[in-house]
Design a binder for this molecule. Structure first.
Ligand code: KG4
Ligand code: ZN
Length: 353
């Protein structure tokens, strides 16, 4: 029997709704995936304003859900469950999505599934025609996370290392802000870097000799110092070279840590996921290195790397199959580790998930 599941995502600045279908076994099939981005609203502030994000989610969530059903060619009576992101993320933004999902669950008599947003990023790869077998290694790189996981099965995520300060996405966004580029910065740096020479400026690669953790805060400082030494405004080529060199430092560190993790775990399958995994240089560099070292790289398409609800739906398949549903007093949680055994190390400033 085919199961249809609706999912809602509202943990940061994208409101997203999706419908998937699945059978008793096997990967899900995408029926619809809609994302209402708030990027234009937040761009004028140079970053996400939590209160504005919450209000914007409230305005668009219901019409978006209707459109997701329409696009899937379904009616509410066809649905078997509703899934929603319960954390981590901006608490106000999460609460809006959660309350809407709970109301729908109550009104439409659907079981409710609460999903960890990070599990969504890790399960996104199963929406693709080509996906890995277990076990595999995953690098989750987003606006608030830079974490390496060993994945032994659905919902079996072992934390191997993560950033001690800024996430890779933050490193992109903060540098872009210093350079006077738009928000979110990663996209602008990615685009400009394509015309640049990555060897022109040298940026630090932190903690290369230490385990599987990352640190990107020094890179941000180096960016500020280097920028201050240059004549302003930067000419087009200097700006492109600067972006390319900065981006290369991030990509280089990510690869070196991932390669160490692959060796340590004896794995040869790698999944790259999260918003920063949309970066074209990161994708090309990882592909090249994996080809050279006979490893298999699985890259979810860009629309499943950045925040979306299809990944939340995909992560809800296992709890649905196991009959694990939430009561209507489920609460949202701003900080929600994926691997409960992972102890937070060092200062963390997670503004986004
Ligand atoms: O996963 P995501 O959409 O939201 C979070 O869960 O954080 O990731 C957003 C992050 C932002 O920091 C953004 O700058 C970055 O992903 N990003 C990129 C690119 N597209 C999005 N970073 C580098 N290159 C890109 N093309
Ligand atoms: Zn995300």
């Amino acid at each position: 029997m085919t199961t249809y599941l609706l999912a809602l995502e509202s943990s940061c600045d994208e409101t997203a709704a999706s419908v998937i279908s699945f059978e008793q076994e096997g990967p899900p099939t995408l029926r619809s995936s809609l994302v209402a981005s708030q990027v234009e609203i937040h761009a004028r502030y140079g970053g996400v304003v939590p209160e504005i994000a919450s209000r914007a989610h409230l305005e668009v969530a219901l019409p978006l859900i209707q459109d997701a059903l329409l696009e899937a060619g379904l009616q509410r009576k066809d649905l078997s469950a509703i899934a929603v992101t319960r954390g981590p993320g901006l608490i106000g933004a999460l609460l809006v999505g959660l309350q809407i999902a709970k109301s729908i669950a109550f009104a439409w008599k659907l079981p409710l599934i609460g999903v960890n947003h990070l599990a969504g990023h890790l399960e996104a790869v199963f929406l693709e025609a080509s996906y890995p077998s277990f076990p595999f290694l995953a690098l989750l790189v987003s606006g608030g996370h830079t974490t390496i996981y060993r994945v032994d099965g659905h919902e079996q995520y072992k934390h191997l290392g993560s950033t001690r300060d800024d996430a890779a996405g933050e490193a992109f966004d903060k540098a872009a802000k210093m350079l006077g580029l738009g928000y979110p910065g990663g996209v602008y740096i990615d685009r400009l870097a394509q015309q640049g020479d990555a060897r022109r400026f040298s940026f630090p690669r932190a903690m290369l000799k230490q385990g599987l953790d990352f640190s990107f805060s020094g890179l941000k400082t180096a960016c500020r110092t280097e920028l201050a030494s240059l004549e302003q405004p930067l000419d087009d080529q200097t700006l492109a070279d600067f972006c390319a060199s900065y981006q290369e430092a991030i990509v280089d560190v990510l690869w070196q840590k991932v390669e160490r993790a692959l060796e340590q775990e004896g794995l040869d399958q790698l999944v790259l996921t999260g918003g920063v995994a949309a970066n074209s240089r990161l994708r090309a560099f990882f592909q090249q290195r994996c080809d050279e070292t006979q490893r298999k790289l699985f890259l979810p398409s860009k629309r499943f790397c950045t925040d979306n609800a299809a990944m939340i739906a995909a992560a809800a398949v296992t709890p649905f199959r196991q009959g694990r549903f939430e009561s209507l007093d489920l609460n949202a949680t701003g900080k929600l580790p994926l691997d409960p055994n992972a102890l937070p190390r060092g200062p963390r400033r997670r503004k986004k998930n």
